[in-house]
Design a protein around this ligand. Structure first.
Ligand code: NDP
Length: 490
């Protein structure tokens, strides 16, 4: 490994255009999940630090040039941020692989470019927006979409830079100022967003980054702070509930992208040459730590044996190893705490009489990875769709195959969950594809594909998978206040 990867970094807060230390000199460690080596000492934002960030963001919003500058100038600066991310993409991908344990190539080829695109897309999109006009006999109404104020952007550890810029793009394009809090286990790439914004010419105080924990710490200070007007949050459903409660006293506007347990429904007429490799991706990409993962694979019984054989062979072909190695397909899971949660499902699966099809143990790895949080891609077969491994979000490389006989049965299993983020359907029958897509209660349905994203499209969850939608004009509606102006024409 190169020196840039192994050196231990000091990660500071970024407030009002400057790196600053925790006011209480509180620091916490971040470890490489592949080896458990300490890779960073991170300054934890106290309540005072969050207050400083909120005041800086408020001042930049009320009295700075950001929200009133010409739209094209604002959007050019956001596009410049995207360019800098691309210029630094190797470094950012290395850091993301180091911090999260995801394969470097996936970060380099997919996530970092998408992080840049999130910014440039919303800059371009904002410039295309107009307002509405409602003429009356003697009056004319027109609408304006004005920024809300100071936004709190709280993001999880699985796709740190990609999910943060997904919020930051529309937030800034609309003219708001931001306080960002990445997950405490993966702060490295997001910690650079403040300096990237500054280099792009974005005024001080517009992009602030704080670090720390959730409940009782930085995250909670943000969700209760009176100067923060809105919270855009991605993370666990239980955290969403806590944020909603904590934000109630200050009546914060909220948008939540929460957990998922997607059904990936494979009908007997599916083209397995396409369905198997994409289902492998949907199951094990990022070690299964993807909210959109197809973690419940519903397979029509007539093709069950064939599917099991091919799916198992494809899982066995995945290269599990060092995230920094370009040939690695799957790295470790993100942290000790998460590893313990994920591997606890191996016991749960056994207790529920699930049949282990593949995996279920630590893979054979070179010695230096022996302390990493690794688990083989793991596949269970379970006839009972109410079993815990079929219902709970494991968020790791464990998937369950559930057989079904009829379309009605597949639908009823797919919908028998508290979650509703997405669904996946494999069939060559067009009318069935539409019929199932309409009946699965989830925010996104992919037919014969997975994770294809058009950033104009609405993204969010039904049921306990979210509140509100982001994407295209949905994001802009969240990050703006609509104002109607009525003019007397007489
Ligand atoms: P968490 O909910 O644990 O954490 C997400 C963020 O919220 C972190 O920055 C965390 O801080 C912070 N946080 C935790 N508690 C509080 C609190 N009480 N107040 C304010 N902030 C708080 O999620 P994970 O990081 O574990 O991420 C995995 C989850 O994210 C999964 O459930 C997954 O499905 C979901 N997810 C959803 C997506 C979607 O688009 N629907 C996309 C990606 C992931 P800290 O980590 O420092 O404690």
């Amino acid at each position: 490994m190169t020196e840039t990867i192994t050196k231990v970094r000091e990660v500071k807060l970024f407030i009002n255009g400057k790196y600053v230390e925790s006011s209480a000199n509180q620091l916490f460690e971040v470890k490489n999940p592949a080896t458990q080596e300490v890779i960073a000492h991170v300054h934890e934002a106290t309540a005072d630090d969050v207050d400083q960030a909120a005041r800086a963001a408020r001042e930049a919003f009320e009295n700075g040039p950001w929200r009133t500058m010409p739209l094209s100038e604002r959007c050019n600066k956001i596009r410049r941020m995207a360019e800098i991310i691309i210029e630094r993409k190797e470094e950012l991908a290395r850091l993301e692989a180091l911090d999260v344990g995801k394969p470097y190539t996936v970060a380099l080829e997919r996530e970092i470019p998408r992080a840049a695109h999130n910014l440039s897309f919303f800059a371009d999109f904002m410039e295309q927006q107009g307002g509405e006009v409602y003429p009356m006999e003697d009056y004319i109404n027109y609408t304006r979409y004005e920024p809300v104020g100071v936004a709190g952007l709280i993001t999880p550890w699985n796709l740190p830079l990609m999910l943060t810029t997904w919020k930051l793009g529309p937030c800034l394009a609309a003219g708001n100022t931001a306080i960002i809090k990445p997950a405490e286990v993966t702060p490295l790439t997001v910690s650079l967003l403040g300096e990237i914004a500054k280099e792009a010419g974005i005024p001080d105080g517009v992009v602030n980054v704080v670090h720390g924990f959730g409940g009782g710490s930085t995250g909670e200070y943000m969700t209760t702070h009176p100067e923060i007007d809105l919270i855009s949050f991605t993370g666990e459903t239980s955290t969403g509930k806590a944020i909603m409660k904590n934000g109630a006293d200050t009546l914060k506007k909220v948008s939540f992208e929460l957990g998922g347990k997607a059904a990936n429904i494979i009908f007997e007429d599916a083209d397995l040459n396409k369905a198997i490799p994409v289902s492998i991706q949907a199951a094990f990409m990022n070690s299964g730590q993807v909210c959109l993962a197809g973690s419940r694979i519903l397979v029509q019984r007539t093709i069950l044996d064939k599917f099991l054989e091919q799916f198992k062979a494809a899982a066995a072909a995945l290269v599990v190893g060092d995230p920094q190695n370009p040939t690695t397909n799957m790295g470790p899971v993100v942290s000790k705490e998460h590893y313990e949660k994920v591997t606890s499902y191996l016991d749960i699966a056994r207790e529920e009489n699930s049949t282990l099809i593949y995996g279920g143990k630590r893979p054979e790895l070179p010695d230096y990875l022996n302390t990493g949080y690794y688990l083989e891609p793991t596949i269970y077969l379970q006839e009972n769709p109410n079993a815990r491994i079929c219902q709970e979000e494991i968020f790791g490389p464990i998937v369950t195959i559930i057989p079904f006989d009829t379309e009605e049965e597949a639908l009823s299993i797919a919908n028998a969950t508290d979650y509703g983020l997405n669904g996946i359907v494999w069939t060559e029958n067009l009318t069935r594809a539409h019929r199932i897509s309409h009946k699965v209660r989830a925010g996104t349905i992919w037919v014969n594909c997975w994770f294809v994203r058009d950033l104009r499209a609405p993204f969010g969850g039904f049921k306990k998978s979210g509140v509100g939608r982001e994407g295209g004009h949905h994001s802009l509606e969240f990050f703006t206040e609509a104002k109607n102006i009525c003019i007397n024409l007489n």
